[in-house]
Design a protein around this ligand. Structure first.
Ligand SMILES: [Ca+2]
Length: 190
């Protein structure tokens, strides 16, 4: 993931600014002159919210920033903290809609507004039961899986292959002679 890095310095009463983009590995170089620079990474997708001082005196100085994952970035936008805790915890439900926040993230829902009824629904299509949905853009770190069962007992769930092409996910299982067939989605995050 690329990020923007900015730096400003006031030297001899003149304010200078410089900026650059990281490469795909997160490395960056800023052209500067000697002085004390306040280096910051764009606050949206970096862990460090505040500028870091870098003193340049004829040699290189290194300033490191920690990039947020997509999920951490989402928690930060919604709960003002990237950490998996309190209202931002994966299994918390601060809007009381019955959908835990990790699922809200995985399906592009708003974790601070009632999203009841907005999760993907299973539909009958011919002789198949199908759940199909579009993965939110920019998603990463989430694995979508499907499972079916005829009786919902522990150990009775069989995984369903994902036959959709990105960004679509499609889980389809033949109803066959089953009188009852239930399909569920399993969302996992590393
Ligand atoms: Ca919720």
């Amino acid at each position: 993931m690329n990020g923007n890095v900015n730096a400003t310095a006031t030297i001899g009463g003149v304010t200078y600014s410089t900026n650059t983009q990281t490469d795909a590995s997160g490395n960056y170089t800023l052209p500067v002159i000697n002085g004390t620079w306040q280096v910051s990474a764009n606050a949206n997708n970096f862990m460090n919210p505040d500028p870091v001082n870098a003193v340049i005196s004829g040699s290189n100085a290194t300033v490191n920033f920690t990039l947020l994952t997509a999920l951490e970035n989402w928690r930060k936008s919604n709960f003002n903290s990237p950490s998996n805790s309190a209202t931002g915890a994966d299994l918390a439900d601060p809007d009381y809609d019955g959908i835990v926040s990790l699922l809200e993230f995985a399906f592009g829902l708003n974790p601070t507004q009632n999203s009841a009824g907005l999760l993907p629904q299973a539909q009958r299509s011919g002789n198949n039961l199908v759940i199909s949905f579009t993965e939110p853009s920019g998603m990463s770190g989430i694995t979508y899986g499907g499972e079916w069962s005829s009786n919902m007992l522990p150990g009775s769930w069989t995984s369903v292959p994902d036959t959709g092409s990105a960004p679509q996910h499609t889980f389809s299982v033949a109803v066959g002679n089953n009188k009852t067939l239930v399909m569920r989605l399993r969302i996992t995050s590393p």
